[in-house]
Design a binder for this molecule. Structure first.
Ligand code: GLN
Length: 490
């Protein structure tokens, strides 16, 4: 048998049910793997004692035949989810010593179903970034390296710790959040599966807010089925989040084996961007062939406002961030850095507590919301957002889901792109549209590029139709036969 941390979540669940191993053994295997992977910097905190206590409690439940759907399954939690009694930093110095007295709804749902918490995962500061390099606690290193190279690569972001931990087998699955691509882009960079559900599918309660109208929680896992199992537990209506949707949570695992015959898959022509590497074009074409072989009809569609999506996102997201982050003033929230008077205390607290990218977003957001510029930027961006949503509504009259690449490139080197913010923002070109329109999307690893790095394909579905995303995603996974893991060098 392979090492316990090398199993898929579904295999581990079966092993626990069959009593082939205990939750304590499964958890210990992961804690050992985490301990020897410090160089990846994926975990900001490993909650060893708590993990073993939770594992023992799970084993006791199993003795009494009182198990939940995730009983004994060890998971990592992105450090944006508040965890009761466990430090939660949002990757920021300003929350460096914050210990919540409450639990986020999503993580509470996982514990309700019996899961075990291994620790808190690194991320870009306040989830702002595409490479995990904005974390105040240092970058995460992608467990993947290009063939024959020793250069450290980024895992993508902002859920870089989640993606790296899943890829390096330091947990069976992880929570993540996606405001503009932060689940799907790191999944693509690490050969893992990432699902951004419909806006409102998972509760935002207890998740540190970045841009509230775009933020959505979802899972990162090693297979489509594992992601479906996790989302079944994470999702659900929550009266504590006013934007949470009152809708039944279907069985997403059943969707993974749904036949695709007769499904119409749209290929948006605007996603064929200038300078797209030939390999990504080819992967996209392969994806179309794989789905044709499953009986799908591939049709060309147009989302004409796509070119305005990134500019609109980078107005709306910073605007909401500047408002959400106003609370960290060292008085109400956040570590205080004293000054000679109140004004200087505010300046010190916010100037030193936030990193450069977060300060940039707060300044952009404050500017686009200020009197005189509000109409020109913020209102205009909202109008663009409405057009983008309408584009999707129109194409979904002709097709059931869209197929696109997840990212315009594979993982890049640490330090290679972090002095040009615009270059960094381009990472999100294929992912932000789903956030602006509130739609579900999945990234599935589909190939290795010629340097040996993973590339993902994205499926975008209709609102509340994650099932089709899972069905198409699972078909792509089967056809691609991608089960490669990074060679262990750490
Ligand atoms: N990379 C995007 C940004 O920096 C998206 C981040 C996210 O989805 N949290 O805003």
């Amino acid at each position: 048998m392979s090492k316990l941390n090398e199993l898929t979540l579904a295999e581990a669940r079966k092993g626990l049910t069959d009593k082939t191993f205990s939750a304590r053994e499964l958890t210990s295997a992961h804690l050992d793997a985490i301990e020897s992977a410090g160089v990846l910097n994926a975990y900001l905190l490993s909650t060893t004692d708590l993990a073993l206590t939770m594992a023992d409690a799970s084993d006791a439940r199993r003795m009494n035949a009182q198990t939940g759907p995730l009983d004994g399954i060890p998971l990592g939690i992105k450090d944006l989810f508040c965890t009761k009694g466990v430090r939660t930093t949002a990757g920021s110095k300003i929350l460096g010593d914050f210990t919540p007295t409450y639990e986020s709804t999503v993580s509470a749902n996982l514990w309700r179903d019996g899961a075990v918490m291994l620790g808190k995962l690194n991320l870009d500061e306040f989830a702002m970034g595409s490479s995990n390099e904005t974390s105040a606690f240092g970058p995460v290193v992608n467990p993947w390296r290009a063939k024959g190279e020793a250069q450290n690569l980024v895992p993508g972001g902002s859920s870089g710790g989640s993606a790296a931990a899943v890829a390096a087998q330091l947990c069976l699955g992880a929570t993540a959040t996606d405001t503009g691509g932060s689940i799907r882009q790191p999944a693509s960079f690490t050969g893992t599966v990432g699902v951004k559900p419909t806006y409102g599918r998972c509760s935002r309660w207890g998740i540190v807010a970045f841009a509230s109208s775009l933020d959505q929680a979802g899972p990162i896992a090693r297979t489509v089925e594992d992601a479906a199992i996790l989302l079944n537990s994470m999702a659900g209506y929550d009266p504590k989040d006013s934007t949470s949707i009152k809708a039944d949570v279907p069985d997403f695992t059943a969707a993974c084996t749904q036949p695709l015959k007769g499904k119409r898959i749209g290929i948006p022509k605007e996603y064929r961007v200038d300078g797209m590497p030939a390999e990504i074009e080819k992967l996209w074409a392969n994806g179309m062939d794989w789905l044709r072989a499953e009986g799908c009809e591939i049709i060309d569609v147009s989302l004409p406002h796509t070119k305005y999506a990134l500019p609109a996102y980078y107005i709306i997201a910073p605007a909401e961030a500047s408002s959400n982050l106003a609370r960290y003033d060292g008085m109400r929230y956040g570590s205080r850095i004293e000054g000679a008077d109140l004004a200087e205390t505010y300046q010190n607290t916010r100037g030193q507590g936030f990193g450069e990218e977060v300060r940039r977003r707060i300044m952009i957001g404050t500017y686009v919301l200020s009197a005189g510029f509000y109409d020109a930027y913020y209102i205009r961006a909202q109008k663009v957002r409405a057009r983008i949503t309408e584009d999707f509504k129109n194409v979904f009259e002709k097709c059931d889901a869209l197929l696109t690449p997840t990212t315009p490139s594979s993982a890049f080197g640490i330090g290679a792109r972090n002095n040009d913010p615009l270059q960094m923002y381009l990472n999100d070109i294929f992912t932000v549209t789903a956030n602006l329109a509130g739609l579900p999307g999945i990234s599935v690893p589909a190939a290795l590029d010629n340097t040996g790095l993973p590339l993902g394909l994205q499926v975008i579905g209709k609102a509340l139709d994650e099932e089709t995303c899972f069905a198409v995603g699972a078909a792509l996974e089967r056809a691609a036969g991608f089960n490669t893991r990074p060679g262990k060098w750490w």
